[in-house]
Design a protein around this ligand. Structure first.
Ligand code: CO
Length: 149
């Protein structure tokens, strides 16, 4: 297993517009991507980019907050919001250089992988590992983007 950077923390919210306003107005975020739907995951998503020392340039930002709102009642995030009405931390996402090698590694460690490897919000392959096998954290594993995104 070759651990890469912490790409993002997934945060569920019942109201995406209100969460965006919170990150702008309370947290001082100045770089937030346009929201878009990911129907196959049942969510509407946007990213709050935290800056690095080199500034809030999109191609060179720090760890992101991924804001997730359910698209409808069939969304897995809908159930999360029912249990946690304010929303909150939903998952963490680590980058790896090789998604297939990482998947084989977690399988060899008897970690339950949730569903097939698929294309995630950054356009690179991802999979999720069950929180009960990951010290209580739903964990997304994402192949490092080849180019700046
Ligand atoms: Co994510």
């Amino acid at each position: 297993m070759k651990l890469g950077r912490l790409n993002h923390i997934g945060v569920a919210t019942p109201d995406l517009d209100a969460a965006i306003a919170f990150y702008r107005e309370v947290m001082g975020a100045s770089d937030i991507t346009e929201p878009f739907d990911m129907p196959e995951q049942g969510v509407r998503v946007c990213f709050v980019n935290t800056p690095t020392d080199s500034g809030p340039d999109c191609a060179n930002h720090g760890t992101q907050i991924e804001l997730l709102a359910p698209l409808d009642e069939t969304s897995p995030v809908f159930g999360f919001i029912q249990k946690n009405p304010l929303g909150g931390q939903h998952h963490v996402c680590f980058e790896v250089p090789d998604i297939e090698a990482a998947r084989a590694w977690f399988a060899s460690q008897n970690k339950r992988i949730l569903g097939p490897t698929r294309i995630g919000a950054h356009g690179t392959p991802i999979f999720f590992v069950h929180p009960k096998d990951m010290n209580g954290m739903l964990t997304e594993i994402m192949e490092t983007p080849r180019e700046a995104h």
